[in-house]
Design a protein around this ligand. Structure first.
Ligand SMILES: [Fe+2]
Length: 190
């Protein structure tokens, strides 16, 4: 049997990686400094790979007004971002009207990578969508590597990807890479 002729080979979303979505935050300058200070104070749990992590915060736990600004903005771009990510899946999701699609940020946490710090290969399954928002990316910062593909991280940018996609952060050559990661739940159509 020639498996290249099978129908499912024509579904890139099922047979190869979902394309991550990358967006620039219009509020990056306003929220940058306070959120970096928050992470520098609270990130004291060392993860596998060496990066420093804050505790997990639920969506309702927000220490600063800048958390509201960032999380509300992420909330506002989720539907259009997932639209982009689900294009090649043939999922029934694509047939549902946009206005009925509901998502909820489940949790978030801050990460600070000092020199030599990284994150080992992992994924966020069973969460369906994950994100990284980059607050500070000094020259020489490690990329985010999703399924072997490195994405250069840039201050003020959000990267959304599918929660099952394994990713890692190589050991950092420089200190100061600072970001907020989180997970999003799909609540189904309502
Ligand atoms: Fe992760």
């Amino acid at each position: 049997m020639d498996i290249t002729k099978l129908k499912y080979n024509n579904l890139p979303g099922l047979t190869s990686s979902f394309e991550p979505v990358i967006l620039s935050c219009p509020f990056s300058e306003q929220i940058g400094e306070p959120l970096i200070e928050w992470i520098e104070e609270k990130a004291n749990v060392r993860v596998k790979g060496g990066g420093l992590k804050t505790k997990f915060y639920t969506n309702k736990q927000r220490d600063l007004p800048e958390h509201d600004i960032l999380l509300d903005w992420i909330d506002s771009v989720i539907v259009e971002s997932v639209e982009e990510m689900s294009r090649w899946t043939n999922s029934a999701y694509n047939e549902s009207p946009e206005s009925s699609k509901r998502f909820n940020i489940a949790d978030y946490w801050g990460m600070n990578y000092d020199q030599g710090g990284g994150a080992v290969l992992h994924n966020h399954w069973p969460y369906s969508i994950s994100f990284g928002y980059y607050l500070r990316t000094p020259e020489g910062s490690s990329p985010l590597v999703i399924e072997g593909n490195p994405i250069q991280v840039t201050e003020g940018r959000l990267i959304l990807f599918s929660g099952h996609q394994s990713h890692e952060v190589p050991d950092s050559e420089v200190g100061g890479r600072c970001m907020i990661a989180g997970n999003v739940l799909y609540l189904g159509v309502t």
